[in-house]
Design a protein around this ligand. Structure first.
Ligand SMILES: Nc1ncnc2c1ncn2[C@@H]1O[C@H](COP(=O)(O)OP(=O)(O)O)[C@@H](O)[C@H]1O
Ligand SMILES: [Mg+2]
Length: 367
């Protein structure tokens, strides 16, 4: 079996320990401290919180805000998840606390419940307030603390412009719920939680999740290959240099290496083969991403992949034919917000996806 996984949440043997981070999250939860967990996409936030929740033993539910299509949809999911916190038999009791009654379907064998409010728009506010209150009502009743996790929380602004205010208005009175807000768009998360004008200002403690530490990741990868009787010690540094310890891309590369490899010991040539394979396999996606870019965006990206890391310098804009430093600056801002560009530790900019970078280089050479 392939010892590496990428894409979705990873747990168990597919998850490096991240002991320090888990300990921190668990201890904050136990202290009732709300948390804002932030990092670029695919660093492992969702996996980490899932793991921390499992270890904490506290009852919890998660709202993936990406999946929510509006306020009524939000209420449906929220009520369904909140009801799952308690015994199946108690559902009726809690439904009484709602002013507007949902249509409920139950499957007694699996204890699955589906909730749907069929709403006229004038009642949405009541509906939402009631739903958001439900976990606290249940917690108080059974004298147990819960955790509610909002994943990709920055999506709240797409769902509805007033939602932030409504939520904050209710959450501030909750004494039995600890809230965890996970976010991948740093600028938006900072705006939501660090701008005095916004309702969630200073609502939770900020934790920034970094990539996995090099020694921890090395040990993990070597162990995972070893579980399939493969020695990765000769290539581990090359793998992590290529992926810069990015959790997702590292697992993606190792996954491919495992598929292509036929030997007991890994050598550098297998990394090149795996990178090539991934670049070829994703050609359609990479080409589509490239084709959504404007000319100036292309110039900035070409400059960066060519090894020039300061797109707002006079030298850069001259060399790549960009109108002005401010044009270049606003493009960098846009690409950074979108997650296409990221800052390296030293502050230099780089392309977030190392495989896409390879694709760009490869295709531009073929002219
Ligand atoms: N602790 C970890 N150990 C090993 N791989 C990880 C870890 N965390 C994340 N990953 C890798 O990154 C991928 C994305 O993780 P995910 O939790 O979905 O990130 P996020 O929620 O930040 O977008 C996972 O599928 C896995 O391949
Ligand atoms: Mg996630």
């Amino acid at each position: 079996m392939n010892p590496f996984k990428f894409g979705n949440v990873v747990t168990g043997e597919y998850f490096t320990n991240r002991k320090k981070e888990i300990k921190e999250i668990v201890s904050e939860i136990k202290a009732g401290q709300h948390i804002v967990l932030m990092s670029p996409r695919r660093y492992g936030k969702t996996s980490l919180v899932d793991e921390a929740m499992k270890i904490s033993g506290v009852k919890w539910f998660k709202m993936n805000m990406e999946l929510i299509a509006g306020e009524v949809d939000m209420a449906n999911y929220y009520v369904r998840n909140a009801l799952s916190l308690n015994k199946f038999e108690k559902i009726k009791h809690y439904l009484k606390s709602l002013k507007i009654q949902p249509y409920i379907q139950m499957q007694p064998e699996t204890n699955d419940v589906s909730v749907s409010f069929n709403m006229e728009s004038r009642n949405i506010s009541t509906l939402l307030l009631d739903s958001l209150q439900l976990p606290e009502t249940i917690a108080r009743n059974i004298k147990q603390r819960f955790v509610v996790v909002f994943d990709e929380f920055q999506e709240i602004r797409r769902i509805s412009p007033m939602l932030e205010r409504k939520m904050r208005g209710i959450f501030q009175y909750h004494q039995n719920i600890t809230y965890i807000f996970i976010g991948s768009q740093e600028s938006m998360i900072r705006e939501i939680f660090q701008n005095k004008k916004n309702p969630f200002y200073k609502f939770g403690r900020h934790i920034t999740l970094n990539k996995i530490d090099l020694p921890e990741f090395s040990e993990f990868i070597i162990k995972r290959f070893a579980s399939q009787k493969i020695d990765a010690s000769k290539v581990i540094d090359d793998i992590l240099e290529f992926t810069d310890c990015h959790p997702y891309y590292t697992q993606q590369l190792c996954h491919e290496i495992y598929i292509l490899n036929e030997k007991k010991t890994l050598f550098k040539s297998v990394i090149d083969k795996a990178v090539d394979q991934i670049v070829t396999e994703h050609h359609a996606d990479y080409s589509r991403w490239w084709n959504t870019l404007t000319n100036t965006e292309r110039k900035v990206i070409i400059g960066i992949v060519s090894g020039d890391h300061n797109p707002t310098s006079q030298e850069f804009i001259k060399k790549y034919g960009i109108k002005s430093a401010s044009t270049s600056g606003s493009v960098v801002g846009k690409l950074t917000t979108a997650g296409t560009l990221v800052k390296k530790n030293g502050g230099d900019l780089k392309i977030e996806d190392p495989f896409w970078e390879k694709w760009i280089l490869k295709n531009r050479q073929q002219r």
